[in-house]
Design a protein around this ligand. Structure first.
Ligand code: PXL
Length: 272
């Protein structure tokens, strides 16, 4: 059997729950062959879990990307944390020649825990502008959370589903074919709500809110699972539906690693 081949261009999360590690675990569980190009290494201060971010030299990122794109070939690609404008611009330059589905996870911050949408230590406004200019025009799918969606749409905050719909339209205008906004648990009500906009219609994906503070890596895993499903030939809508169900199940089975972080359980992504 030949497996679909999928590349993630993203950062290494030393703690294993997010970033490249989440992507590769998810690819494995979803039955695709995962490959990686590491853009940045993230380590944590053992005392308070403050994130330390070490960008990889551009020439080293290029060597990794060439290995996979020129030396192997892919069926789909996703991006994760891209720490500098230079790296974002380079990644954009390779995306424009790729004729396969591209999923952009516009990672802007690392969450330390689930209290809020993350701290701002990795957020640089110039990176947001670079993502809009160099990445979104080539995105088959872009998967912002509410904070990232607000940044990309140029609004201060998104608090309601109506505001999320407006933001999705703005992000679509930047070139992304499908916009998936992860409302997750942040809208009022019983349900976790994500929305998909294809330039014409909105589709809503709802599941019961799950009360856990151990949700590290949920965003990376979400975009990785969508990438895997599209690589296997699923529609974007079906890929989001499947992924949302699997995220719920993986959140129910999430667990603490220490006092600061706990990942969702990637085993729940196993193909049945
Ligand atoms: O969850 C965002 C994220 C993405 N990529 C890397 C990370 C994190 C958060 O810790 O470390 C490499």
């Amino acid at each position: 059997m030949s497996l679909k081949k999928v590349l993630t261009i993203a950062g290494s999360d030393t703690s294993g729950g997010a970033g490249i590690q989440a992507d590769l675990k998810t690819f494995q569980e979803r039955g695709v062959y995962g490959m990686s190009a590491i853009t940045v290494i993230v380590a944590m201060d053992p005392k308070n879990w403050a994130h330390k971010v070490f960008p990889v030299e551009l020439s080293v990122i290029k060597e990794q990307v060439d290995t996979v794109i020129k030396g192997i070939g892919i069926d789909a690609l996703k991006t994760g944390m891209l720490p500098t404008v230079e790296i974002i611009e380079y990644v954009g330059s390779i995306l424009k020649d790729i004729k396969k589905p591209i999923v952009i996870d516009p990672v802007m911050v690392c969450k330390v825990n689930s209290e809020g949408e993350g701290n701002a230590e990795n957020l640089f406004p110039e990176n947001v502008e670079a993502m809009k200019k160099y990445l979104l025009p080539y995105a088959t799918v872009v998967t912002p959370n509410l904070f990232e969606a607000a940044q990309l749409a140029g609004v201060t905050a998104i608090k309601t589903i109506d505001e999320a719909k407006k933001a999705a339209k703005k992000i679509h205008e930047l070139g992304a074919k499908y916009v998936v906004i992860k409302g997750r648990t942040f809208f009022a009500g019983e349900n976790s709500v994500d929305l998909l906009y294809d330039g014409k219609d909105f589709e809503f994906f709802e599941s019961k809110k799950i009360d856990t503070k151990w949700n590290h890596g949920a965003g990376c895993t979400f975009s990785a699972s969508i990438t895997a499903e599209i690589a296997k030939g699923e529609t974007v809508s079906k890929a989001v539906k499947t992924t949302k169900e699997l995220i719920s199940s993986a959140l129910k089975d999430s667990f603490p690693l220490n006092n600061f972080a706990g990942p969702i359980n990637h085993k729940k992504f196993a193909v049945k």
